[in-house]
Design a protein around this ligand. Structure first.
Ligand code: KG4
Ligand code: ZN
Length: 344
């Protein structure tokens, strides 16, 4: 069966098709993505209304594109999956509306997927897919969570950010250094030429007994430092970038280590846009190696938002017989939605 997946929760329009047969793992057969980064850049962040309008224009051509990549017609589809939440309500509604219309027109089932489930299953898009059970460090622009994943659809939240997400901390710090939205990737490039010990930024909740994170204080420290250095900021930018990155990475790695110890998991899966960060990747690898734990990273293109992870999550639900099919085509979205709601 061919499954169409549509992602439109924020600023990327992603469409993909996976093929899923019997108990076999789904296989990605086509995908296409349109990023709205350039559209939002002049505003320094995502403008929800602009995001919704752009999704409206992009989704149908992207659907046509993926179907033509594998030379199939809509009639060959067996299921339509879409991101039901969490995310921007208007943006979600566009994907949900298109998905429900396609499914209704074809008389096939519709499945609303949790965006974070898509992220945490994205490593299954790689050649060396992980095996259950595992610990998942989910680090995106909107979420920072540690989850214990016992098996498909068994997700236990161990800890999360009580304020800003790690991606937000990267983006807000980047903005203070004059880097355009979303600055995470650019900040990490700049950090390569900097000294990570040049500035001592706080490592919030590093020694707290729980597995929660807090990154809001970091941007205040960066702001204070930037103000001290201005107007002569330029020579210090690389050192500032390296020092901020080191603070975020240290907290993420130490908390992941504590979660591994607490749960006894011997495998850790990293998902979400910040998972593309090379410094985080190498620090996690070092820590995991010392603990004798395996680490799985999704290939870089699946770290940030995409349609493939939504189609994959739907395919894996079908594979494991844990369906979320909606009987009617009356679709809805959940802008705020805990992952535990889709956990069994
Ligand atoms: O998962 P994602 O595409 O979107 C959400 O669901 O939020 O993650 C986007 C986030 C942004 O905050 C972006 O700056 C960050 O991932 N990001 C990075 C890197 N690449 C993307 N942060 C640090 N280093 C990177 N290389
Ligand atoms: Zn995301």
């Amino acid at each position: 069966m061919y499954i169409l997946g549509i992602e439109s929760s924020c600023d990327e329009t992603g469409v993909a098709v996976v093929e899923q047969t019997g108990q076999n793992a789904p296989e990605l057969v086509a995908h296409a993505l349109h990023s709205q980064i350039v559209l939002h850049q002049p505003y320094g962040g995502v403008v929800p209304e602009l995001a919704s309008r752009d999704h409206i224009e992009r989704i149908s051509p992207l659907v046509t594109n993926v179907l033509s990549q594998i030379n199939i017609s809509p009639k060959d589809l067996g299921l339509v999956a879409y991101t039901k939440g969490p995310g921007l309500a208007g943006a979600l509604l566009v994907g949900a509306g298109v998905a429900a219309s396609v499914a209704a027109a074809l008389g096939i089932p519709l499945m609303g997927i949790h965006h974070l489930e898509g992220h945490l299953l994205s490593p299954f898009l790689s050649q060396d897919a992980p095996k259950f059970p595992f610990l998942c460090l989910l680090v995106s622009g909107g979420h920072t969570q540690l989850m214990s994943v016992r098996s498909m659809a068994h997700y236990e939240l161990l800890g999360e950010s009580i304020d800003d997400a790690a991606g937000e901390a990267f983006d807000k710090s980047a903005k203070l250094l004059g880097i355009d939205y979303p600055g995470g990737a650019e900040l990490s490039k700049l950090a390569k030429n900097g000294n990570a010990d040049a500035f001592q930024f706080p490592r919030p909740l590093l020694h707290s007994k729980d597995l929660n994170f807090s990154f809001a204080g970091l941007k205040t420290s960066v702001l204070t430092q930037v103000k001290k250095l201005e107007p002569n900021l330029e020579p210090y930018k690389a050192d500032l970038a390296a020092s901020v990155q080191a603070a975020i990475v240290e907290v993420l790695v130490k908390k992941t280590q504590s979660a591994l110890k607490a749960t006894g998991h011997n495998r850790v899966v990293v998902a979400g846009g910040v998972g593309a960060n090379q410094s985080l990747r190498s620090s996690l690898l070092t820590m995991a190696h010392q603990m004798g734990v395996d680490v799985h990273f999704p290939p870089l293109e699946w770290c940030t938002d995409n349609g493939a992870m939504i189609a994959m999550a739907a395919g894996m639900r079908v594979q494991h017989g844990i369906e979320l099919g909606e009987r009617s085509y009356a679709f809805g979205v959940n802008a705020r939605w805990p992952l535990s709601a889709v956990s069994i």
